[in-house]
Write a protein that binds this ligand. Structure first.
Ligand code: PEP
Length: 252
């Protein structure tokens, strides 16, 4: 049995003061929900403030990215050790990083290796663009991202990875994939690829999330699918009641 997993990616939203306000609204409702691994991923500048509020809450804290080097002349970057001081999770290879900041599969792989070394739970994002979707290249693109992004990971560490399938055309557009379509990509493309990389038993233990315009209204459509183990939520994670309703749906 894979434990359901829901993470909120706040992207570049919320000052530290606003983050504190949102967490104060989320704490009670989220703490009441059992049986779901819950993670908040605010911007770097709010991690410290949020970390001090999440003590003993059972709610995890994640960064939205990090560099793969331990330290050095990388102006503007955050190291794995800095992330690990406050977080147990890190989002890697989000499509916005790939699209706007030139992140490649090889960079994602270096970050993944470092995250595992630092005992961070990596949430590795994959997904095809609208153009790739419309030209029937979903499997090809997702397979490349999985095979290169998750290369050279010891099978024994693989179950610690969380994969998020996020079709780029569904992110922030209000046009979510159907549950059936996402389930097919998870079950027919991603899990078989994980099985080839890490063996069937390890692949079965890896959580595969869906992400892309998940809301309280459509969350159950995804969570009732056998191959969908949770969600990576963007816009809807900025609204306390909406996000709590999504997490609740994952626990049902
Ligand atoms: C995301 O940022 O990972 C995401 C899925 O965004 P949204 O839920 O807003 O589509």
């Amino acid at each position: 049995m894979r434990k359901p997993f829901v993470a909120g990616n706040w992207k570049m939203n919320k000052t530290a003061a606003e983050a504190r306000e949102l967490v104060s609204q989320l704490l009670g409702p989220l703490m009441d929900i059992r049986g779901v691994e819950k993670v908040l991923c605010p911007p770097f500048t709010s991690l410290f403030a949020v970390a001090s509020m999440l003590n003993d809450s059972g709610i995890g804290l994640g960064a939205q990215d990090m560099h793969w080097e331990e330290k050095g002349a990388f102006t503007g970057e955050i190291s794995p050790g800095m992330v690990k001081e406050l977080c147990n999770y890190v989002i890697l290879g989000h499509s916005e990083r790939r699209t706007y900041f030139g992140e490649t599969d090889s960079m994602v792989n270096k970050k993944l290796q470092t995250a595992l070394k630092h005992d961070l739970t990596p949430i590795v994002c994959v997904g095809e663009t609208l153009d790739e979707y419309e030209s029937g290249r979903t499997s090809e693109v997702v397979l490349r991202q999985i095979n290169l992004g998750l290369a050279d990971v010891a099978p024994a560490s693989a179950s610690r990875i969380v994969v998020a399938y996020e079709p780029v055309w569904a992110i922030g557009t209000g046009k979510a994939s159907s549950g059936e379509n996402a389930n097919a990509v998870h079950g027919q493309v991603i899990r078989p690829a994980l099985s080839r990389l890490f063996g069937e038993e390890n692949a079965q233990a890896i959580r595969i999330l869906y992400g892309g315009s998940v809301t309280a209204a459509n969350a159950s459509e995804f969570f009732q699918q056998p191959e969908i183990d949770g969600a990576l939520v963007g816009g809807a994670s900025l609204k306390a009641e909406e996000f709590a309703a999504i997490v609740r749906a994952a626990g049902r």
